[in-house]
Write a protein that binds this ligand. Structure first.
Ligand code: FES
Length: 115
């Protein structure tokens, strides 16, 4: 029972996402992707492939809360490996789901440097 309650609590956990450079912060829930949360924040982010880890336009840098995100799958790792400017903090916003961390800070990759 305690394990079930812990899982439910984590599933419904409120998470604060701050999007740089604007500094806009929104409250979201675990399970949402960064792309969904960024849209809720009212930030513009390209996502031409519709969240299939193909275009790389949703490239973001995760400055805080990295461990609370879902682990990168092979398709994301492959895309990031071919993405100009990708680094150790890089994630594809369409692939990274929010999890356990209550405070996540990301930086949108400059539009002119994407892909
Ligand atoms: S939307 Fe295309 S890689 Fe994320």
């Amino acid at each position: 029972m305690a394990g079930y309650l812990r899982t439910e609590k984590r599933r419904n956990a409120k998470i604060w996402l701050t999007v740089l450079p604007s500094g806009r912060t929104v409250e979201t829930s675990s399970g949402a992707t960064l792309l969904e949360a960024i849209a809720v924040a009212g930030e513009a982010i390209a996502h031409r492939c519709g969240g299939r880890a193909r275009c790389g336009e949703c490239h973001v840098l995760v400055l805080r809360g990295w461990r609370g995100l879902s682990k990168p799958r092979q398709a994301e790792r492959d895309r990031l490996a071919r993405l100009r400017g990708a680094e150790s903090l890089s994630r594809l916003a369409c692939q990274a789901a929010l999890g356990a961390h209550h405070k996540v800070i990301i930086k949108l990759y400059p539009i002119d440097q994407r892909i």
